[in-house]
Design a binder for this molecule. Structure first.
Ligand SMILES: [Zn+2]
Ligand SMILES: [Zn+2]
Length: 145
C-alpha cells in the first residue's frame, strides 16, 4: 500500500470521524483484560500509526487514553503521546486491505476456541522490550495474568 493512502474511520452513529495516512507502524491482536472489558469482545484487533498521521473531528469522551463516542458508545481511538491506536473494526472499508496482524498480545488470556494466527508473533503479555517507551497499549493491570 502506498504512503499516500488515507483510511477513514468512524463510530457507530457517525458523530466521530477520523482518518489515518500512510502505512501503520504495526498491527496486532490483543486478548488483555483492558481490551476485553473496554470492547466487550474477547479480543481486539488494532493498528498503530504515528500521531502525525492522525486527524479527527467530533466530540469524544475518554477513559484513560481510550476514546469513545459519548452518543453511541462506539470505541474509536487510543491516543498516546507519539502514537495512535485504531481498532480495525472502526475503519470504514470492510474488509480492510493491508492490515493483517503480525503479533498477538496476552495470549495466555486467549479463549480456548480461538487459534493463534499462524504467522503472528506470540506474546504471553505485552510486547517484550518495546523500542518506544511511549508505546500505546500497555495493559494497565499488571496482575491481569
Ligand atoms: Zn457515535
Ligand atoms: Zn489489550
Amino acid at each position: 500500500m502506498s504512503n499516500d493512502t488515507r483510511r477513514s474511520g468512524s463510530c457507530l452513529c457517525g458523530g466521530v470521524q477520523f482518518s489515518v495516512a500512510g502505512d501503520p507502524l504495526r498491527i496486532g491482536l490483543c486478548h488483555c483484560k483492558d481490551c476485553r472489558k473496554a470492547g466487550g469482545s474477547t479480543f481486539s484487533a488494532f493498528a498503530v500509526w504515528p500521531i502525525e498521521a492522525f486527524e479527527t473531528t467530533g466530540i469524544v469522551n475518554s477513559y484513560g487514553d481510550r476514546s469513545f463516542c459519548p452518543t453511541c458508545g462506539g470505541r474509536v481511538t487510543l491516543v498516546g503521546k507519539t502514537e495512535v491506536e485504531v481498532p480495525i473494526g472502526s475503519l470504514d472499508e470492510v474488509p480492510t486491505e493491508g492490515l493483517e496482524p503480525s503479533y498477538e498480545l496476552w495470549t495466555n488470556r486467549r479463549e480456548h476456541w480461538l487459534q493463534p494466527l499462524p504467522d503472528a508473533q506470540q506474546f504471553e503479555h505485552d510486547r517484550d522490550a518495546p523500542p518506544n517507551d511511549d508505546e500505546v497499549h500497555h495493559d494497565q493491570a499488571a496482575d491481569a495474568a
